[in-house]
Write a protein that binds this ligand. Structure first.
Ligand SMILES: Cc1ncc(C[n+]2csc(CCOP(=O)(O)OP(=O)(O)O)c2C)c(N)n1
Ligand SMILES: [Mg+2]
Length: 518
């Protein structure tokens, strides 16, 4: 038993269980894993991606897993490196994205002794890790190590539990940390998924299909249900359902007048974006049905009466959909990209969406921009859309987009706010040794955090404190920062310039906006 053997077995078991992508941040304690992963990459057995910053590595892995639907492993050395995976771990578990956090460690008898780079790190993710599996080069052996990896991956994938998320695989490596790698071998392993098949049949009462953040598959299912039954489709921008004749562009505004007519809501995905929707989901006079293939389901209003894998909905009275469409048509043009003279978050979102088609992927940052996209016109041929809505962080957005683009190989655009972009500047560093995907970043730059203007703290009585502690004004020249890091960057103001930049070859587009009180 040796550390180098352990590293080889772990990598063999990881790829044998179906993992195709591994992200690594360098270090010494993890050397055996790094050498084995590099060998597997050279042999074409998996793809290795190397990032310096573990937070970036974690979100890159998250993006890869989100877009591929397969578990992705991310490897770190011991010490503070581990904790930098925390944000991605929290998002992965909240959003149900399978992630294996492989954290190299020192032998446990060194914990608390002051040994270099040695903290108490097994379990460091708390409830963000669905399980903690521990291995050591000093105990077990190849079969036990492989079995540990397989169990960790099965939990991460949610294969038996239907609840994917992050799992920590903490591995103690005793010295010597390197040596000659044993021959690689495929350790094939599969856990069959346990899926439920209950199909619930629902009567014809006035229903809306509400779709929050959802995978392309789940979004397509929701859209099909609305279209087959003739129900209005209220689809958030990362629902992958926001298209077709039943989608209501301005549903968020329409809920004020039509909400009271709704008798049933069928929820797909994870709705998070607006208060009118939260209020709808908390109403006690509306039947709430949640469709999910997961073990848990969203129901923040505590009102769900049925949770099912699939539903069949009886045909809706055609006048019901008719109630939702006429006003919508007017708003479609009012919010269209070619109207109005002032450029706003809404016109930026609409212009970016209009520039993309079904061959593209779009990653939306949190805060105002995704809510602006929630009012964009309904596109007939929209891009696929992703967003980190598990916990709606403004961190890791560029790295997540990088991972998504690496997983799909499709041209990918990340659209995000200026503070969200600043938060992930580390992800703009493109290591020269690493393959880089087709990723374009568009920043809606209003010089700070505008979302807070519309929230409680935006009220006049907090004005004296507002800018410093909420608005956090910033004047960083993000285009200059990006160009210093090697990106083809431009700053634009006005819709015409934005349109030209979107159809050109710019990789980093900063759109100047004003940040007024909403
Ligand atoms: C990691 C993290 N920290 C803090 C927040 C709270 N937060 C939400 S939006 C926001 C400001 C975002 O500003 P920006 O990206 O410029 O978007 P804007 O609202 O201005 O469009 C902050 C700090 C968060 N969601 N995630
Ligand atoms: Mg901003």
């Amino acid at each position: 038993m040796s550390s180098i053997e352990l590293g080889a077995v772990v990598v063999d078991a990881v790829r044998g269980a179906g993992v195709t992508d591994v992200v690594l941040a360098p270090g010494s304690r993890s050397a055996a894993l790094a050498l084995a992963a590099d060998r597997a990459d050279r042999a074409g057995e998996l793809r290795l991606h190397v990032r310096i910053d573990e937070r970036v590595a974690g979100f890159t892995a998250l993006g890869l897993a989100k877009a591929s639907g397969r578990p992705v492993a991310v490897i770190t050395t011991s010490g503070t490196a581990v904790a930098n995976l925390g944000p991605a771990a929290m998002e992965a578990t909240a959003a149900g994205v399978p992630l294996l956090l492989i954290t190299a460690d020192r032998p446990e008898y060194l914990v608390g002794t002051g040994a270099n780079q040695c903290g108490d790190q097994a379990g460091a993710f708390g409830p963000a890790a669905l399980a903690v599996v521990r291995l050591s080069s000093e105990s077990g052996g190849a079969a036990a190590w492989a079995a540990g990896v397989q169990r960790a991956l099965a939990v991460a994938a949610g294969a038996r539990t239907r609840q994917p998320g992050a799992v920590q695989l903490n591995i103690e490596f005793a010295e010597p940390l390197v040596g000659e790698l044993p021959p690689s071998r495929k350790i094939a392993f599969e856990v069959a998924e346990s899926a439920g098949h209950r199909v619930a049949e629902l009567d014809a009462r006035r229903t809306v299909v509400l779709v929050g953040d959802a995978t392309p598959e789940s979004g397509a299912e929701a859209r099909a249900l609305a279209e087959v039954s003739g129900a209005p489709l209220l689809a958030e921008p990362s629902s992958n359902a926001r298209s077709g004749a039943n989608a209501v562009a301005d549903y968020r505004l329409r809920l004020a007048d039509l909400g009271g007519r709704i008798q049933r809501v069928i929820v797909f995905g994870h709705p998070t974006l607006s208060r009118p929707v939260s209020r709808l989901l908390a109403r006690d006079d509306v039947e709430l049905v949640v469709v999910t293939d997961r073990a848990t389901w969203p129901d923040p209003g505590h009102r769900a009466t049925l949770v099912a894998d699939r539903v069949l909905l009886a045909d809706q009275d055609p006048s019901w959909l008719g109630e939702w469409t006429p006003f919508d048509a007017g708003v479609r043009s009012a919010h269209g990209p070619a109207q109005g003279a002032t450029i706003t978050q809404e016109t930026v979102a609409a212009a970016v969406l209009a520039a993309l088609g079904p061959g593209d992927d779009l990653v939306l940052g949190a805060s105002s921009i995704i809510r602006a996209a929630d009012l964009a016109p309904i596109a007939e041929r929209p891009p696929r859309v992703f967003a980190n809505r598990g916990l709606a962080g403004i961190d890791g957005t560029v790295a997540t987009a990088t991972g998504i683009a690496l997983a799909t190989g499709r041209p990918t655009t990340a659209l995000l706010g200026d503070l969200t972009a600043q938060h992930d500047l580390g992800a703009l560093v493109r290591p020269p040794s690493e393959p880089w995907p087709r990723l374009r970043v568009v920043v809606a730059d209003d010089g700070g955090g505008s979302i807070f203007h519309g929230l409680e703290q935006g009220a006049p009585e907090y004005e004296a404190s507002f800018e410093r502690v909420f608005g956090t004004p910033q004047a960083v020249d993000l285009a200059a920062v990006a160009s210093a890091l090697g990106w083809r960057a431009v700053r634009v103001s006005g819709e015409a310039q934005l349109g030209a930049a979107l159809s050109g070859d710019a990789e980093f587009i900063v759109v100047s906006l004003s940040r007024g009180r909403a």
